[in-house]
Design a protein around this ligand. Structure first.
Ligand code: PLP
Length: 410
């Protein structure tokens, strides 16, 4: 008899976005003539940069001839892409990496979800709250999160609230935690940490032998100087942190699928008997067993992002989304709402007025303004009383959504 992994049964029934889709669908059935503006799901809408399209066409042509055909590639990624990543994403910031420390993947979701494979099931886990749900759910699946308690929190997870009250800066824990997830710029709040604030986390991790899993999927949206693009800008971070990056939001690769993970060679974790094991070695073993590399065509497209034209085209798309973020911040503030984020990230975190619950405000906004957001509580208990809006739509939709919200609220 095959037995199931019963940890899966602990997971709440459905995923946040399918709950939202159900509510949106029932609205559409009952209001077939109403046009909806979707500022909910965090998918991009701009087409791929032209350099990526050209690189993919060229790579497809190579696949058509035996002399230039590519079959299985290195599980860790092709050197041409790894070299471009190191040269463009890290060297200019004074961070020196060797190719064996960079692992190309099919997007950050896979690696942020899979990294737990190389870590014992009984490590304690800490997360900022609200949080990108993959971190928690992947820990639930292997039994590391414990059990779900009545307050919506998992018993073996320490939640570090990030709300308007603490300016979205998580307090450094007063106890040891084995693994801490940090995501900056943050999804869902759109907020960031300064170098000084992130340094406190690196110092905590070094003092407590904590592993930081640093998700920098939105790094490309940073506009302000004192916001670190990589955790390795902080001294000592190579000894305590893994960093995840993604081309999804940076270059519109949500449907193409490519990102990478950095596991520095200085980074180790302990066995029960106290031996120190390099995590890069374990991650390499894991990837070689369970992952066969991102496709050649995809990696050529990703490489093209780093050419001068690629950088210009990527910047144009990011500027487009950040203009939406500005429109939304201004529009919402003019409507008397309190908003956070949207300065170094494509997410706006909106405080609901008069303490209305996230889901109630979501439904009112859907039915009365015909605008779709994401209820903040779906990202964790501290997200209650907030709504996430994304800047990934068109200028026209953003402007129209602000008009509707102003009319509705004022
Ligand atoms: N990390 C964060 C914080 C995200 O918001 C997302 C996607 O929304 C991802 C990782 C996953 O990105 P991808 O798998 O497309 O690279």
């Amino acid at each position: 008899m095959a037995l199931v992994n019963e940890h899966f049964l602990k997971l709440p029934g459905s995923y946040l976005f399918s709950d939202i889709a159900k509510k949106v669908n029932s609205f559409k059935i009952t209001h077939p003539k109403q046009s909806l503006i979707r500022l909910g799901i965090g998918d991009v809408t701009r087409p791929l940069p032209q350099v990526c399209i050209e690189a993919m066409h060229k790579a497809v042509e190579e696949m058509a001839s035996a002399s230039t055909f590519h079959g299985y590639g290195p599980e860790q990624g092709y050197d041409f892409l790894i070299d471009a990543i190191i040269k463009h994403d890290f060297q200019p910031r004074g961070i020196h990496l060797t190719p064996s420390e960079v692992f190309v993947n099919d997007g950050a979701k896979s690696d942020t979800g899979n990294i737990g494979d190389i870590l014992r099931h009984d490590n304690s886990v800490g997360v900022t709250d609200p949080i990108y749900p993959v971190y928690i759910d992947s820990n639930v699946m292997c039994g590391r999160a414990g059990v779900l308690e009545a307050d919506g929190k998992w018993s073996n997870v320490t939640y570090m609230p990030c709300t308007a009250e603490n300016n979205f800066i998580p307090a450094i824990p007063d106890k040891r935690i084995d693994i801490v997830y940090l995501c900056y710029p943050n999804n869902p709040t759109g907020t960031t940490l300064t170098k000084e604030q992130l340094k406190k986390w690196v110092d905590y991790a070094l003092a407590n032998d904590t592993l930081i899993l640093f998700d920098a999927a939105y790094e490309a949206f940073i506009q302000e100087d004192n916001v670190p693009h990589s955790i390795y800008e902080i001294k000592g971070a190579k000894k305590c942190a893994i960093e995840f990056r993604s081309f999804s939001k940076t270059a519109g690769f949500t449907g193409v699928r490519c990102g990478y993970t950095v596991v520095p060679k200085e980074l180790t974790a302990a066995t029960l008997t106290g031996d120190r094991i390099p995590l890069g070695k374990l991650w390499n073993r894991r990837q070689c067993t369970k992952f066969n590399g991102a496709s050649y065509i995809t990696q050529r497209a990703a490489e093209a992002i780093f050419t001068p034209e690629g950088q210009q085209q990527v910047r144009a798309n990011i500027n487009y989304y950040m203009e939406n973020a500005r429109t939304m911040r201004q529009g919402l503030e003019a409507a008397g709402l309190k908003v956070f984020g949207g300065v170094n990230a494509p997410y706006i975190w909106l405080k609901t007025p008069d303490g209305i619950g996230s889901w109630k405000f979501f439904e009112q906004m859907l039915y009365e303004a015909n605008v779709v957001g994401t209820p903040g509580v779906g990202f964790g208990p501290s997200g209650e009383g907030y709504i996430r809006l994304t800047a990934f739509g068109s200028h026209e939709d953003c402007q129209e959504a602000m008009k509707r919200l102003r009319k509705w609220l004022m």
